[in-house]
Design a protein around this ligand. Sequence first.
Ligand SMILES: *Cc1c(COP(=O)(O)O)cnc(C)c1O
Length: 352
Amino acid sequence: MKWEDNVRKVEPYVPGEQPQKKGIIKLNTNECPYPPAPMVEKKLREMECNDLRLYPEFPEKTSLVSELAKYYHVKEEQIFVGVGSDDVLSMAFLTFFNSTKPIFFPDITYSFYDVWADVYRIPYEVKPLDDNFCIRKEDYMCENGGVIFPNPNAPTGILMGVDEIEEIISSNQDVVVIIDEAYIDFGGKSCIDLIPKYDNLLIVQTFSKSRAMAGSRIGYAIGNEKLIQCLNDVKYSVNSYTMNRMALAIGAEAVKDDAYFKEICRKIIATRERTEKELSALGFTFPKSCANFIFAAHERVKAQEIFDKLKEHDIYVRYWNKARIDNYLRITIGTDEQMDALFSALKEILYN
Ligand SMILES: *Cc1c(COP(=O)(O)O)cnc(C)c1O
């Protein structure tokens, strides 16, 4: 017997590169190219350093939770907050996916789901997307231990309608269904309105993409009060104080500035529409995206080659050497200037 035999072995999630080089164009991890709401900076400057002596407040008592509750027209008891939605999702896996039956998620999706399932020893079954990369709702309508998928899905960007999702939720009322809405603010319709109707529905969102605050690590879940209570019980059994004082304070400021939030989402959607036209003209095909990225394949040149050559131009996009998607690039929507630099680099790569 060696100590190694008693180690919890997992293959960790591999995030997109975070190159520290200055002046690069970073279109690889779906961050927002615009700064956070102006009040966020003001709040950061006003914060008392001496307060750091003290533990933070319990998250559910903070203005972050009350502002989110007001914004989404739910009770404070219906909101759970965490250190990015990765923390929220991880807690949700630990809390709700506790069956011996497998949980279901798509074969092409956020690549953290199978990692959490492995680390928490949750059995799972992946359901292949159809040939157009769409989720087949029928696949999720048989016995399982829970269901999770992003809407819009990542990395495809494809949005599923609320009606279709409702069919999945209503045929799975004996398990928890988690909808990961990391990208819902870029033109999709949220399933939040279904919460009063289904006590097994948990919606997870994040400040990392549409609220331009990936670095502050804030995510949240919305659901029935009982679900949220279960999440809090597990969370307080692992680590009570995960969110720090700064994140709790500035998160609330970001939610208050709805006009700014809507404006940056609108700008990203407009740039996405422009990007679609440019990419088509360059010979790319892609499914219609409802997210802040486009999942594109070129008619002639291999994705991996484009990926490598873009790096030589200091432009980073995301590529997976994985079955079914190994000829696709996921390109985050940046500013118009960043996208113009991308288009000219692509012209050089594809036609020289
Ligand atoms: C980015 C992302 C997340 C997690 O983001 P956080 O920064 O941890 O909030 C969760 N789900 C999907 C599908 C994502 O793309």
